[in-house]
Design a protein around this ligand. Structure first.
Ligand code: FAD
Length: 411
């Protein structure tokens, strides 16, 4: 039986970084980096941005050149899916029946796109955006697409809609809630992005439900709404959130449900098993201590670093400031902190000039910023979020007053 001192399951952002961090810190044991996809670790964010747009080749998405992994004696075990974990024997079983032993296991399996729960969800022409293979399928069909429907007004749906609109496709975007980005941002940001998409010709519809995907000749031909109307489309892109890929670990007895619970060192409740990235449920100081999952490169990388240190006996605890970005059209959004649960939102600058920020407060303290084409606010606002600084609304709202000059510290 093959056995690794550290076996990492999931060769995405978190898994790759865990292996890199272990070697950077001098870990000399054997490392296996196993993943269901066939590609070596690559960046996922460009999938709905430059890669879909054709502005970046796949090679430019690779997190490290292929030779990097063998040079550092990190075994890439690609195209393999773990279906069971035996926490007593310290081994995993793959879909093709191989058993691989581990000293420590790092579960870094990310999440899988949520599927539509209606008829036609699996028709040809219906796409999710999670992997290179997903996007290559979309790109192969693109030329024949005149009209596309995007279901879901989260970041991924909006980014995909922006690329398709730029390609000159007729795009309809459907959002079930009364505004886009409702789960992650305040209303001002939602309204701004709605307006931008409409200005780029996207037919954006809010508060609409999908009844089913219509079929013609075995392919998606449109989307039927709950009101009975049908929007014709040759391509349907579904961006309605993800489900953490944790079934084998939960079946093995790990605590958790919508994710695997981890402590501040990314340890699960199973001995010698860590979990990081999109699948890890953790208490987050920036969410007022709530137990959450974060879906971001920052979180995957920072948790990977913490787990790598813990594996080597270090005491590092996860306490990183959350950050994220989204590119749509010529708009660069950078967010820092978590705005969920904010009780005040302050607009800095003028959305009409396409450069502004929204500062979010909870109980008088700065908890997050969304900065659109406003790098300075993002860089300076980071510190306010990191330190939970108290700030006056009138000062925050004055875009001519640099955020770095707000010095009042938390009591
Ligand atoms: P992943 O990177 O998803 O890697 C998990 C890997 O595990 C996958 O390759 C999966 O196939 C594999 N796997 C799953 N189950 C198993 C199993 N049982 N056995 C073996 N392998 C398995 N974040 C940002 O910060 N900024 C952005 O702009 C941004 N844009 C994004 C755009 C898109 C289209 C997507 C999909 C995500 C985006 N994200 C962005 C989110 C970010 O990519 C994720 O948060 C990050 O990839 C999480 O890393 P991870 O290691 O937890 O999971």
């Amino acid at each position: 039986m093959q056995r690794y001192d550290v076996l990492i399951v999931g060769a995405g952002h978190g898994g790759a970084q865990a292996a890199i961090a272990l070697r950077q810190e001098g870990f000399a044991g054997s490392i296996g980096l196993l993943g269901a996809e066939f590609e070596p670790p690559y960046e996922r964010p460009p999938l709905s941005k430059d890669y879909l747009a054709g502005d970046k080749t796949f090679e430019r998405l690779l997190l490290r050149p292929l030779a990097f992994w063998s040079e550092r004696q990190i075994d890439l075990l690609l195209g393999q899916t773990v279906v069971a974990v035996d926490p007593v024997a310290h081994g995993v079983t793959t879909a093709d029946g191989a058993v691989i032993g581990y000293g420590k296991l790092v579960w870094a399996t990310g999440a899988a796109p949520r599927r539509l729960g209606c008829a036609g969800y699996d028709l040809a022409g219906v796409h999710s955006v999670r992997t290179r293979a997903d996007v290559d399928r979309m790109k192969a069909e693109m030329e024949a697409v005149e009209r596309a429907v995007v279901i879901g007004g989260g970041y991924i749906g909006l980014e995909a809609a922006a690329v398709l609109a730029k390609f000159g496709k007729r795009v309809t975007l459907l959002e079930a809630q009364d505004r886009v980005l409702a789960r992650v941002a305040g209303e001002a940001l939602s309204r701004f992005y709605e307006q931008e998409h409409r200005a780029h010709g996207v037919d954006l519809r809010l508060g609409v439900g999908v009844a089913c995907i219509e079929e013609k000749d075995g392919r998606a031909s449109g989307v039927r709404l709950l009101d009975g109307s049908v929007i014709a489309a040759q391509m349907v892109i579904v961006g309605i959130g993800v489900e953490p890929a944790v079934a084998p670990l939960i079946a093995a007895g790990a605590e958790g449900a919508n994710g695997v619970k981890v402590d501040r060192q990314c340890r699960t409740s199973l001995p010698d098993v860590f979990a990081i990235g999109d699948c890890a449920l953790h208490a987050n100081r920036f969410a007022d201590g709530a137990v959450i999952r974060l879906e971001s490169v920052q979180n995957a990388n920072d948790q990977a670093n913490v787990a790598a240190r813990a594996i080597q006996g270090g005491q590092a605890a996860y306490d990183a400031v959350p950050w994220f970005w989204s590119n749509q059209y010529d708009l660069k959004l950078q967010t820092v902190g978590l705005s969920t649960g904010h009780d005040a939102a302050v607009l800095r600058g003028d959305p009409a000039r396409r450069s502004f920020s929204v500062v979010y407060l909870r109980r008088g303290r700065v908890v997050a910023l969304d900065c659109v084409n406003a790098v300075k606010d993002y860089v300076q606002g980071r510190k306010l979020v990191a330190e939970g600084v108290r700030a006056e609304v009138s000062i925050l709202a004055d875009a001519s007053f640099p955020l770095k000059e707000i010095l009042e510290k938390p009591h």
